[in-house]
Design a protein around this ligand. Sequence first.
Ligand code: NAP
Length: 247
Amino acid sequence: MSNVMVITGGSRGIGAACVKLAVQAGFDICFSYVSNKEAADKVSAEASAMGGTAKAVQADVGNEADILHLFAEADKMGVLKSLINNAGIVDQSQRVEDYTVERLNRMYSVNVVGSILCAREAIKRMSTKHGGKGGTIVNLSSAAAYLGSPNQYVDYAASKAAIDTFTKGLSLEVADEGIRVNAVRPGLIDTDIHESGGEIDRVKRLEHMVPMKRGGSAEEVAKGILWLTSDDASYVTGDCMNVTGGR
Ligand code: NAP
């Protein structure tokens, strides 16, 4: 049976970089996208060209039924060994007094509730307590969790701080059930997410604030994530690893 990895938001950015590295590491991938089918199909085709398998599933992690569908599709491929909770969103730069409840509900249902529900589905399959063979979960946090992102998206920063705490608590809950749970906190990474927050040039504008004086690439983050899923990290759990160029 294949070793299956579920990656949420695998069609672009850090998630797409994870798909490619995970294929090289020998996983069969089941990844979600929300709307960009063209990008998802391209990632699947690239995985095939590498001799691997990456199944694209349209599944919004802000929707529980979609999450159940994503994991049901993964079950058809083999035994779940790993979950990368990567899908996450920002919103337009705003001060807190301008937030709407719709903005907050969307942000938290995708970044927090979606990640927790995906972890729930992974634990049911991987925990030795439930007859599973163990596995790994990597949650995508952000340097925003400790920087706070004032005047941009404090709500996003707080959602990522929730991911840090969730990572800690869950890692302790399943530590003796064969599951390692860690988080990666990317810093300023060159992906489309900044454009979706209305700031195409965000990396160029802010890279002088990074001690290494440059933005990072999706591949640099994906390498850290894949290391945490590997046996090389066999004694690492409950950690939040910064991939931030020192920021
Ligand atoms: P990105 O380039 O915007 O890509 C987002 C990916 O997630 C796309 O594949 C997108 O699918 C998918 N997605 C978005 N909403 C989704 C939903 N509701 N359900 C399922 N999939 C969804 O993002 P990124 O920069 O790679 O960020 C990945 C993760 O790293 C996020 O959790 C983000 O918060 C975190 N992070 C990023 C940075 C950075 O500077 N880039 C820094 C810190 C943390 P479609 O293609 O269908 O839209």
